[in-house]
Design a protein around this ligand. Structure first.
Ligand SMILES: Cc1cc2nc3c(=O)[nH]c(=O)nc-3n(C[C@H](O)[C@H](O)[C@H](O)COP(=O)(O)OP(=O)(O)OC[C@H]3O[C@@H](n4cnc5c(N)ncnc54)[C@H](O)[C@@H]3O)c2cc1C
Length: 448
C-alpha cells in the first residue's frame, strides 16, 4: 500500500514533503521510517532521497571487510558503554539507541530474509557473510516504501527560502518542507563522503567541529623494521604520549609496513590525532604486561632469576606469555612474545644476546623491566583521516535535539548518522548509530 503523495511542482522544481540527502545507512533508515510513520498516521507525505553514488549503501557494501559488522550484542545501555567512550556522545545517542535498538535493526533485516549471527566477541554479522545482503535488504525496503530515489545526484547547495528548502544539484533543483542531512563523515572520500554535508550544514548556520581521524591506522616517522611487519601482539596496552598527556587502549596491535593497525591502534587513533593536533608529535609505547604493575613484574623477574639462573633471557622471552594473568607460568591465552620481537626487546634494554639471569646486573634488570612495560614503538607521523573507517568531528551535538535529531538552529532540518560529531568504536557501533539516528530523524520528520 502506498501512502506517499505524488511530488508537486513549484516553479518547475519537484517539491517533496521530506527530502533526504545521502543514501547511506542513516539516509535509508530515515526514508523507511518516515514512510512507515506517515503511513501509520495517515498523513500524505512525499519523500525523496538524493544520493551522489550510482546506488545506495556504498559504505555498507564495503563494511566489515565486505562482511558487514552490522551491530553489536547487548542492551542499548551496554552498546552505549562499550561503543561510545566519550560521555557526551553516549548521552546524545541514548534516546536513538533505545528508540531503534539493535533488536529492531535485526528484526528489520530478518523481515527481508537476512539472518544474523553473533560472534563470541559480540559483533553481529549477516549469516551470509556478505555485506551486499544487508545493503540489498535496505534497497528492497526503500523500493517497497515507494520513496522517490535519485542516484548520481550530488547536491551542491541548499538554501532556506521562507518555509522551504531549495536543494540544488549541478543541473536541477528540488524544494522540500523538511530536509534530512545524512551525508556521512569525511573519510573514504573516494566513495562519496567528501564533506559536502558539513559545508551545507555550516552554510545553513550550524557549528562544525573540525573533522579528524578516527578508527584509522597510525603511520610512524620511521616504519617498523621489515622483519616485524605483519606481526600481531595480542591484548597489550597501547600508550600514546604527547606534551605530558597520555591516552591508552587495551587490545591487539598489528605492525604494518607504515606503522600500526589492529583494534588497539584503530581505537586509539582519535586520541592520537588530537594529541598530534595539540603538540605536533606523539610517541607510542606498548605495555606487554598490562595485567601486572611494575612491582609485580619485577617480583616475577626475580622469581625467574632465582629459579633458572642459567637460562638465557632471550630464550625466556621467546616462551613468555603476552599479557599473562598469573605471572610467567600462567596460561598464555594471548600467545607468547613473538620470536621476531625478542631481539628488539634485548636491544632496547641494552642486553647482550647471551646474557643469563645470573649474569643480569640490577640496572639491566630495571631496563628490561621498563622495556617490557613500555616497549618503544616510535613517533607518529600521521593519522590519515581518509583511511579511517569513520571520521570524528562534524555537526555540533549541542545544536541537535537528541530525541528527534531535529536541528535547534534551522526549523525542519534534521541531521543523522556520521555527519554528527560522535565517533563509535569498532564492533558494529557506527552502523547501529547511523541506523538509529536515521530512524528517529525519519519518524520525526514525518510528524512535522
Ligand atoms: C572500510 C569501512 C569499513 C567499515 N566497517 C564497518 C563495520 O563493519 N561496522 C560498522 O558499524 N561500521 C563500519 N564502518 C563505518 C560505517 O560504515 C559508517 O559509520 C556508516 O556507514 C555511516 O553511515 P551514514 O549513513 O551516516 O554515512 P554513509 O554511509 O557514509 O552515507 C552517506 C551517503 O551520503 C552520500 N552523499 C554525500 N554527499 C552527498 C551529496 N552532496 N549529495 C548526495 N549524496 C551525498 C554519500 O555518497 C553516501 O552514500 C566502516 C567504514 C568503512 C569506510
Amino acid at each position: 500500500m502506498n501512502n506517499n503523495k505524488t511530488p508537486a511542482e513549484t516553479a518547475g522544481q519537484p517539491h517533496f514533503t521530506i527530502l533526504i540527502i545521502g543514501g547511506g545507512a542513516a539516509g535509508m533508515a530515515a526514508a523507511i521510517a518516515a514512510c512507515r510513520s506517515a503511513k501509520t498516521s495517515g498523513t500524505p507525505c512525499s519523500i525523496a532521497i538524493l544520493e551522489r553514488n550510482v546506488r545506495p549503501g556504498t559504505k555498507i557494501r564495503i563494511s566489515g571487510g565486505g562482511k558487514c559488522n552490522v551491530t553489536h550484542r547487548g542492551t542499548p545501555a551496554e552498546l552505549l558503554e562499550q561503543g561510545f567512550l566519550r560521555r557526551n556522545e553516549a548521552r546524545f545517542l541514548r534516546h536513538a539507541l533505545y528508540s531503534f535498538s539493535n533488536s529492531d535493526l535485526l528484526a528489520l533485516l530478518s523481515s527481508r530474509g537476512v539472518e544474523t549471527e553473533e560472534r563470541p566477541d559480540g559483533k553481529v554479522f549477516p549469516v551470509s557473510g556478505d555485506a551486499v545482503t544487508v545493503a540489498r535488504a535496505f534497497e528492497e525496503l526503500l523500493r517497497e516504501s515507494r520513496v522517490d530515489q535519485h542516484y548520481s545526484c550530488r547536491v551542491r547547495r541548499v538554501e532556506r527560502k521562507g518555509e522551504r528548502f531549495v536543494v540544488a544539484t549541478a543541473d536541477r533543483a528540488f524544494t522540500a518542507d523538511c530536509l534530512i542531512l545524512a551525508t556521512g563523515g569525511v573519510s573514504w572520500s573516494k566513495i562519496g563522503t567528501s564533506g559536502d554535508g558539513l559545508a551545507i550544514a555550516r552554510a545553513l548556520g550550524h557549528t562544525i567541529t573540525k573533522p579528524s581521524a578516527a578508527l584509522a591506522p597510525l603511520f610512524t616517522l620511521k616504519a617498523p623494521p621489515a622483519s616485524l611487519s605483519g606481526l600481531a601482539l595480542r591484548s597489550i596496552t597501547l600508550v600514546a604520549t604527547a606534551g605530558g598527556r597520555n591516552a591508552e587502549r587495551r587490545g591487539d596491535l598489528l605492525f604494518t609496513h607504515r606503522g600500526f593497525s589492529g583494534p588497539a591502534a584503530l581505537s586509539l587513533s582519535r586520541d592520537v590525532a588530537e594529541l598530534m593536533g595539540e603538540s605536533g608529535n606523539c610517541a607510542l609505547f606498548a605495555d606487554l604486561f598490562p595485567e601486572q604493575s611494575i612491582a609485580e613484574l619485577e617480583a616475577e623477574l626475580l622469581k625467574q632469576a632465582r629459579k633458572s639462573g642459567t637460562q638465557m633471557i632471550r630464550k625466556f622471552l621467546q616462551g613468555c606469555p603476552i599479557a599473562p594473568h598469573k605471572g610467567f607460568f600462567g596460561a598464555a591465552p594471548h600467545g607468547t612474545i613473538p620470536t621476531a620481537l625478542v631481539p628488539f626487546i634485548m636491544r632496547h634494554a641494552g642486553l647482550e644476546n647471551d646474557v643469563t639471569w645470573s649474569g643480569l646486573a640490577k640496572e639491566k634488570r630495571q631496563s628490561l623491566l621498563s622495556v617490557l612495560k613500555r616497549f618503544p614503538l616510535g613517533s607518529v607521523r600521521d593519522v590519515p583521516l581518509d583511511h579511517g573507517e569513520i571520521s570524528a568531528g562534524g555537526v555540533s551535538l549541542a545544536e541537535v535535539n537528541p530525541k528527534t535529531m531535529c536541528s535547534r538552529v534551522v526549523p525542519n532540518l534534521f541531521l543523522c548518522g556520521e555527519i554528527l560529531d560522535y565517533a563509535g568504536e569498532i564492533g558494529g557501533f557506527n552502523l547501529q548509530a547511523a541506523f538509529s539516528t536515521g530512524w528517529i530523524a525519519g519518524e520525526n520528520a514525518a510528524r512535522c
